[in-house]
Design a protein around this ligand. Structure first.
Ligand code: HEM
Length: 441
């Protein structure tokens, strides 16, 4: 094949090693398949996938190249975006491209600033209390429950209340069910998927229209902010359709990712009594039994490290892919125009050069010194560059509220012999859930 390398040095580029097998592994456990590929072939390998082959890039320098420094050469024209996500999120932040994406990101970014997010702390605590009330019942009856499922309900409650406020509580359940059904089916061509989406659309458009007619002067949920936002150049606001697409993007991107992170966190902690003791000591010292507030966050340093380490081992967004717009060169390898490139936080977070004893759970990897010494792009649970997660602070805030609040009230144990099977769909979840029992402290 004669590849024209526009704007690329004359040096002779290497062809990446090509692994032509593995179709079954790719379907069954793609994250483990990726890990094996990096072990067998190193930091660059091409693999066969449907409908087209792709390059797996597993070095922080390459992450920096495709997501940051040469990010403009890569877009999101991938199978996942075009055929799955976009069916729900339309032209919202998650799946849109320039110039629309840039315009929208600029408009919406300020609402995810910590200053605004602090307003959501109370609703996060209240939603957590509802989940803990359920755990209380399980505990009193000594009944096992699926913690992964509890976290799904909780993070969906949080993101839908942050979006719509409390005035839609009656509909929150319907919204929740619809979002869950869409995620579960994950096949936009299915009739049930389309019907569910229609129901969800009707609810969301209805809320938008009612809100436009009766703006909430006092209430500042995300929907108010989206409705009131004005583009700098035109002074106009978003259309209903655009607001709908952004709402869907935030629901889809903000719910399951955070739920999985928390589910895996509980799974890890149940196997780490020494870590739990250290968290308890921190909670005792900082909170002394009272409810966590935003002002406490900077003191909960050990909790922060634990959450980061959980996201290292179980990055909910386990794979991030892009399409090359023109020919490129990465680490001396040719990346032809149109190629799909993937980076996998799951494999990158286990790269032995950057993470000694990669499978070991060790929050001390996240001391300020260690973080400063490590390659900046060796850890990317929220992606990197211009399209980095807009909700990263939102998710961290949820986690640093839910972790202490739960541990102050309960001890949690895994149900022995319940299989824990990593299931890498769009996000990394536990296939059969995470069965636990709780005892009240
Ligand atoms: C632990 C939880 C979360 C994880 C692991 C996560 C991960 C990610 C990653 C890796 C990306 C980049 C994808 C790419 O480059 O292709 C992303 C984008 C995004 N996330 Fe998150 N996310 C989380 C929570 C949230 C929350 C809570 C929200 C909103 C409330 C959110 C909203 C978004 C949006 C809108 C985008 C697209 C941003 C853009 O392209 O401008 N995420 N997320």
């Amino acid at each position: 094949m004669n590849i024209k390398l526009s704007g690329i040095s004359e040096q002779k580029l290497k062809k990446a090693p090509f692994f032509s097998g593995g179709a079954r592994e790719l379907v069954r456990a793609p994250h483990r398949f990726f890990l094996q590929l990096t072990r067998d072939y190193g930091d660059v390998v091409q693999y066969r996938a449907t409908p087209e082959s792709a390059f797996l890039l597993n070095h922080p320098d390459f992450v920096k190249h495709i997501l940051v420094s040469n990010g403009r050469n890569y877009n999101k024209d991938t199978h996942l975006n075009k055929y799955m996500l976009q069916a729900v999120t339309g032209q919202g932040l998650l799946t849109s491209e320039n110039p629309l994406w840039r315009k929208q990101r600029r408009l919406i970014q300020p609402f995810f600033h910590r200053r605004y997010l602090a307003n959501f702390a109370d609703l996060m605590v209240a939603a957590t209390d509802e989940t803990l009330a359920r755990l209380d019942r399980y505990a009193s009856q000594n009944e096992p429950f699926d913690m992964a499922n509890e976290m799904m309900t909780l993070t969906l409650n949080i993101v839908s209340r942050a979006l719509f406020g409390y005035d839609t509580d009656a509909q929150a359940e319907q919204i929740g069910e619809a979002v869950n059904t869409l995620i579960e089916i994950a096949k936009p061509k299915r009739k049930r998927f389309q019907e569910t989406l229609k129901v969800l659309d009707a609810i969301v458009f209805d809320i938008i229209q009612r809100r436009r007619q009766r703006p909430h002067a006092e209430q500042h949920d995300l929907l108010d902010m989206l409705i009131q936002a004005r583009y700098e150049d035109s002074g106009e606001g978003m259309s209903d359709q655009q607001i709908r697409d952004e709402v869907m993007s935030l629901l889809i991107a903000g719910h399951e990712t955070t739920a999985n992170t928390l589910g895996w966190l509980w799974y890890l902690l149940a196997q780490q009594p020494a870590v739990v003791s250290q968290i308890e000591a921190e909670l005792e010292a900082v909170l002394n039994g009272r409810t966590v507030t935003v002002a406490d966050f900077p003191q909960l340093l050990y909790c922060d490290k634990v959450i980061k380490e959980a996201m290292r081992l179980y990055p909910s967004a386990w794979s991030i892919s892009r399409r090359a717009l023109v020919d490129d060169e990465i680490g001396g390898y040719e990346i032809p125009k149109g190629a799909i490139v993937a980076v996998s936080p799951y494999t990158l977070h286990r790269h032995p050069t950057f993470w000694p004893e990669p499978e070991k759970f060790d929050p001390e990897r996240f001391t300020p010194e260690q973080e400063a010494a490590r390659h900046r792009y060796a850890y990317i649970p929220f992606g990197a560059g211009a399209r980095k997660c807009i909700g990263d602070q939102f998710a961290l805030m949820e986690s640093i509220i839910i972790l202490p609040t739960t541990l102050q009230r309960f001890r949690l144990q895994l149900v022995p012999d319940h299989p824990i099977d990593e299931h890498a769909l769009v996000t990394l979840r536990a296939r059969q859930g995470i069965l636990m029992t709780a005892t009240v402290r």
